[in-house]
Design a protein around this ligand. Structure first.
Ligand code: MN
Length: 330
């Protein structure tokens, strides 16, 4: 991996702090929730006063992990005792922080950022950001190894979930030898990999399967098959009683179409939401992060996201118009 700069500074920040707030990005995926849970569990067993902020109902399949019973509600942050250190994991920008209070008052806190998004501007007081790391989970594992912290099975399983979800079970390009070494180390710590992988990748509730069928029914391609898209609006989620977290992996539906260079999942998961989210995946040469940045989003070359301030129909029209030009220049 390119650089390990920041790891020792990160460890000394964590060593020094007594009261620590741990937070990941909005709409937490497996890496966000797994890496932050693992860090929170380890810091707690070091005797720190730790609050890990997230809402259980916003977590999709990764909620199969043990240890999520100690989450703090995001709205409690405003009245909880102020932390000595705010740790932001898997969170590319301040605006992406899951807890509104920390987003709005970010400058008031000493902050440590642990992340692997190449669009991350290093917004923390201390930053351990490694662009080409497989996952934030792998970075937390490196910290724990280097600091000599104990990793029990519960911690190892949270890291396993973080890594297998962000690497597509050790298959995407950012899967390095170090990622597999990390996986091996976690297995030695007793991770129930068959159970966890099955629960996360092969099982879903019937209503989620029906929402998936709806998503498939919207599949279409643009520009001679170079782009594939699917769309879900609030009515679809409401019809099947589903949430955003249930559709975490749906972008793989357009991504799976052979010949596609860019796959986009447009969604608005609740009728009170005034904006449309884009989950974007690129294959072969196209830069998904550069494309997302045209709409104020970001992420990685292969996987990125953005939010557009309008309904789904208009978002699709705007993206399609922008794409024509984007594809002809890449
Ligand atoms: Mn990640």
């Amino acid at each position: 991996m390119a650089e390990m700069r920041g790891i020792d500074a990160a460890i000394s920040e964590l060593d020094r702090a007594r009261r620590i707030a741990v937070v990941a990005h909005k709409g937490p995926d497996g890496d966000a929730i797994g890496s932050s849970l693992a860090l929170a569990l380890m810091l707690r067993s070091l005797g720190k006063e730790v609050r890990h902020y997230a809402r259980l109902e916003d977590i999709g399949a990764p909620r199969v992990m043990d240890g999520l019973d100690s989450l703090s509600r995001p709205e409690a942050a405003a009245t909880d005792p102020a932390p000595d250190l705010l740790v932001c994991l898997d969170c590319a920008t301040v605006e992406r922080i899951l807890v509104p209070y920390f987003r709005d008052n970010f400058a008031k806190f000493r902050s440590l950022v642990i992340d692997h998004h190449e669009s991350n501007p290093r917004y923390g007081d201390v930053n351990f950001v490694v662009d080409d790391a497989s996952s934030t989970g792998e970075l937390v594992w490196m910290i724990a190894k280097r600091a000599g912290w104990k990793m029990d099975r519960m911690v190892a399983e949270a890291l396993w979930v973080a890594i297998v979800t962000d690497t597509g079970r050790f298959s995407y390009g950012a899967t390095h030898p170090s990622t597999l070494e990390c996986g091996a180390d976690l297995l030695r710590r007793g991770v129930r990999h068959e159970y966890l992988n099955d629960q996360i990748f092969s099982k879903e509730a019937l209503n989620t399967a029906l929402l998936r069928a709806r998503a498939y029914s919207t599949l279409e391609t643009w520009f001679d098959g170079a782009v594939a898209v699917i769309r879900l609006d609030a009515g679809d989620y409401e019809e099947f009683g589903c949430r955003k977290a249930d559709s975490e992996e749906f972008v793989n539906i357009p991504r799976s179409v052979r010949g596609v260079k860019l796959a986009i999942f447009f969604y608005r998961s609740a009728s009170e939401e005034k904006c449309t989210h884009l989950s974007i995946r690129a294959c072969g040469g196209v830069d998904a992060c550069a494309f997302a940045s045209l709409f104020g989003g970001g992420g990685h070359r292969a996987a990125s996201g953005a939010t557009i301030d309008c309904g789904v129909d208009e978002a699709i029209a705007r993206v399609r118009a922008t794409l024509e030009n984007f594809l002809s220049t890449t």
